[in-house]
Design a protein. Sequence first.
Length: 474
Amino acid sequence: MIQIETKDAVKAWLSAAPPKPASFHSLDLTDFDAAFSQASVEGCLFLGCTIGGKLAERIAVEKAGIISELSVLPATLPAFAPGIYTVADLYEGMQDDGSDWEKTPDHAGYLFFNEKKNKPNRLSPIQMMAARIHDTVQQQAVDEYLNGKQVVAIMGGHDFKRMLTADEKLAGKADVYWECVAIAKALTEEGFLILTGGGPGLMEAGNLGALLANADEQTVQQVRAIMTNQDFEKSGWRASAIEARRIILGDWKKQPPPKQFSLGVPTWLYGHEPPNLFAGYQSKMFYNSLREDGLVTLANSGIIYFEGNAGTVQEIFQDATQNYYLGEGQLPTPMVFYNSGGYWDRACNDLSWPTDSPMDKRKPVLPLIKQLAIEKGFSNAVLVSDDPAAVVKFLVDTRKKQPIKKTDVKGVSEAQRHAMFELFLDTKKKLLNTTDEKEAAYLNAFVKDIYSNIIELGWKDSDIRAYALTRQLP
């Protein structure tokens, strides 16, 4: 169905002969009332539109669909507003020093959805319906925007600090925030689109890295000097981000060019965590359930898991579940565990208690993920690393080597044949180098499966052996 979101599009639709069914979004159509009286609206849908009497009659006669703006959401956040929010949209009314957040649409959404911090309001049925419609419209706009893009999601804690303390530096702790920035910057420069949860902490680092794509080292260091540790619920956090965005774009309200674009998908359920100021779009939603599922599902080129807590762990197992129960012809999403300080692979019986000082928040996630991956054959889609360059290389190489299912053999290009062959050789190399018997058995089965696919794609056994010798493989 055609989507109509501007008055120029309405004029074009009315001039078509005959016009096709369309959905009209959040438009004042009273000026077109006479023209609509002469047009068929059968099969059309009018969402949040203001209409005249003649169009109302036509809708009733031809049984077109109409849902009016329910007028229970904040006036600045209409349910049917087309497009995805920008930083300037959500922060309209905020001062350059980060003050007056309380006057913004973002804050209005927080007050509507929450009784207080971490406690949602009990909404009436009509309010719930309006909030669901709002989120559905945002989700539809996101789906349309991401169509055809290679999306890498970055997940991690909202409370992660921007800079190391002096003690952490002395202890040699890795500067994970800025390593995240570097990874997102490099991936954006490689043509990926970065997706985050849109909030502070490591989500902010991901969107900042994308915004810094193709920036020189001097600009990066200027921004780094400004991005000091701040409480994200205070104006200083917003003010420093405003200044950083101004350094990068000239005007903090200006939209970034496409090559520096990224997407955030925050939620008003955690409305006290404001959206970061570095995403090109911030598709903020009321219900976290739709948002969480979208974050994992939309990341078609991989997800990087930085240090996080319950929310990040939830996302890990949502992703693992999708990889575990793949449908016919589907491929696993690459899962990258940024394992700085062994964050994800502590022993399962090694627990830390609140009485420990400091409490050790490392998570025993990897043993379970590795077992799930072995059971369903997606071990090659899992990387554990604390090296930014290795992370970028893995995702770039995975993009080049997407394996082809037997059901997809027809019409396979020569480049795709070679990609499959490279996957075969890399897996065989791992098999030759492993000393673990169980891993060897798994890899051996995987090599045989890929080999059968290669033969089906038209390679001869003699070609495989000849090419393998050039890679010093038996």
